[in-house]
Design a protein around this ligand. Structure first.
Ligand SMILES: [Zn+2]
Length: 447
């Protein structure tokens, strides 16, 4: 382990907001000077009649052009690299669910200094310790999740079991036999593992030793988190983690043992990342307690920095953002990711987020929590019809018709739309090991 990397940063984490902003100002100025040497970045800033160097004036950040996937796609194959290719050690990419993946480079500095620094902070805030044995269930390859966790756990000094996603039978066995105390994976995958373990006669509450987990990769509801915790050994804490490839990994925000109960996360790396929460239409900062889109500027990334990256992830800025008993008063708090502005489904004029539907399913007796899908069908009059497909738990005695009625009724009363609910037997609907695809558009029904 690099001696320069320390996994505790009290001198930063104890700063008040002014102290953090002072660091951001200094670093933003340096970033602007650096981007001034990149023709692609100079060109990009021209869209707003600016030059990268203007970032020296901190307030000008709010006038700088935002960056989106289409900007990077236009510069295929290696968009906006600020170092020579010979200095890039590795590439990571966005998931590429639509179109080709977009590549982001990582230099030695990114891989061996920045990510360890940021990830150690995240792991420690979540309540992990170097003594933890960690089941690392994030994916590898081009995806940054598994890579960042590996780097972080190594620097932190924990013991990593990098199983990645999948191999459920092996994981359920090793969770018992290896005594993992911490985990990083998709929350839905852990719920699937619980179901598999129970089918094998294993009671995770007794057989497993998990005491903390960081859960990212998809947004789930607080109700789902509570149910997941109830299936785990007593005292287990499911910490919510958020990040993106563009930000440099799962390192933008994390819940701490105090913010866990109010279901909020600290923007934990504000000395290396500036996070704006803005109205997706006006791009103006939202007030505390309001919902906005997360927009990210990376201050220290070497090969592939971003300035005002539009994540499309919507979140509520905490009404009490700068106060937490943990003492991180300079690292504001945000709520759980509510949804993606692109995932937002508009049905007959009503905005619906898949997580709202999930909340209702999670609260419905007899419905399987981790398996549900939304189908959008268009009829001949171009009217969109929504179908919600769920499963009835094998152990449930609630009739299918009751489950269908309760979910349909709850969606209508809470979201104001009428949907068709299909209730299947447990195990019929597709499962996902990593990012779940929940919303499916179906073509016009054949007459
Ligand atoms: Zn806290």
């Amino acid at each position: 382990m690099d001696k320069a990397i320390q996994f505790e940063h009290p001198e930063i984490e104890k700063l008040d907001r002014d102290g953090i902003v002072a660091i951001q100002k200094t670093k933003l100025k340096a970033l602007g000077e650096r981007l001034q040497n990149s023709p692609e970045w100079v060109q990009h800033f021209k869209k707003a009649g600016m030059a990268p160097r203007d970032l020296g004036d901190f307030d000008s950040l709010h006038h700088a052009p935002t960056l989106e996937k289409s900007d990077l796609r236009a510069l295929y194959p290696f968009p906006m690299l600020t170092v020579d290719m010979s200095q890039v050690r590795r590439f990571v990419a966005t998931s590429g669910t639509t179109g080709l993946p977009v590549l982001f480079g990582l230099t030695d500095k990114d891989l061996n200094h920045l990510i360890p620094y940021q990830m150690c902070r995240v792991l420690r805030a979540a309540g992990m310790t170097p003594a933890d044995r960690v089941y690392q269930g994030y994916g590898y390859g081009l995806w940054i999740g598994g890579l960042a966790m590996d780097i972080g756990l190594n620097a932190f000094g924990a013991t990593n079991f990098p199983l990645g996603p999948g191999r459920g039978d092996l994981v359920t066995t090793w969770l018992s036999d290896h005594g993992y105390t911490a985990c990083s994976l998709s929350p839905l995958w852990l719920m699937t593992l619980v179901t598999m373990a129970k089918a094998q006669g294993i009671d995770p509450r007794k057989a497993w030793k998990l005491r903390v987990g960081v859960f990212g990769g998809q947004s789930i509801s607080a109700a789902f988190r509570d149910q997941l915790e109830a299936e785990m050994p007593p005292g287990f804490m499911a910490q919510n983690i958020y990040g993106t490839t563009e930000a440099g990994g799962p390192l933008v925000s994390i819940s701490c043992p105090y913010s866990h109960d109010v279901d909020e996360m600290h923007l934990i790396n504000e000395d290396t990342i500036i996070t704006e929460v803005v109205d997706p239409v006006t791009l103006k900062p939202v007030a505390p307690g309001e919902v906005g889109e997360i927009v990210i500027t990376t201050l220290d990334r070497d090969a592939s920095p971003v300035v005002r990256w539009r994540t499309r992830d919507l979140v509520r800025l905490s009404a009490d953002a700068y106060s937490c008993p943990c003492g991180r008063h300079g690292m504001p708090k945000i709520g759980r990711i509510i949804g993606r502005s692109d995932d937002m489904i508009k049905v007959r004029g009503v905005m619906v987020f898949p997580t709202q539907v999930e909340d209702i399913i999670a609260a419905t007796e007899g419905a399987v929590k981790e398996a549900w899908h939304i189908y959008i069908d268009q009829d001949d009059e171009a009217m969109e019809q929504l179908t919600v497909a769920v499963e009835r738990s094998k152990a449930s005695t609630t009739p299918r018709e009751d489950i269908q009625y309760r979910i349909g009724h709850a969606i209508h009363s809470r979201l104001g739309i009428r949907v068709t609910v299909e209730c299947h037997d447990e195990g019929v609907l597709p499962r996902y090991e990593a990012k779940a695809v929940r919303v499916h558009r179906r073509g016009k029904a054949k007459a």
